[in-house]
Design a protein around this ligand. Structure first.
Ligand SMILES: [Zn+2]
Length: 127
């Protein structure tokens, strides 16, 4: 099977897509899981569609902890999934506000973040 090296699988629904469509979660050395929007740091990471459904699916399968390798301090049931959706939305909004002052509005990073935001909004409405 030929794999485009730039593609990543969502740990929730297992679909392989371009990374811009996904949010990266990264495990810090202390075990804390952080939302890694700039994606430049190395380390174990889990990629997820920014949607409540994929977050819950990943939580049920313990896929996030598995992808992150080891005892990631993360349990994802309903309340945690909602909190994670909120945390991703807040991180994206914060990053957009920061970038808005420094990057041209047509930059690929900004359009990727806007897509994440729209996807979160859609998934929130359906839930
Ligand atoms: Zn997914």
């Amino acid at each position: 099977m030929t794999r485009a090296p730039s593609q990543r699988s969502c740990v929730g629904c297992r679909t392989r897509v371009e990374p811009a469509a996904l949010v990266r979660l990264r495990r810090r050395p202390d075990g804390e899981v952080v939302i890694d929007l700039d994606r430049r740091r190395t380390g174990r990471s889990a990629w997820l569609h920014p949607s409540r459904r994929c977050i819950l699916a990943a939580g049920r399968q313990r896929a996030i902890a598995r992808a992150l390798g080891g005892p990631a301090k993360l349990s994802v049931r309903e309340p945690e999934a909602d909190a994670l959706v909120g945390a991703i939305a807040a991180a994206v909004a914060g990053r957009l506000a920061l970038l808005g002052r420094t990057a041209p509005t047509d930059s690929p990073e900004i359009s990727a973040l806007v897509r994440v935001q729209q996807s979160l909004q859609r998934s929130g409405e359906g839930a």
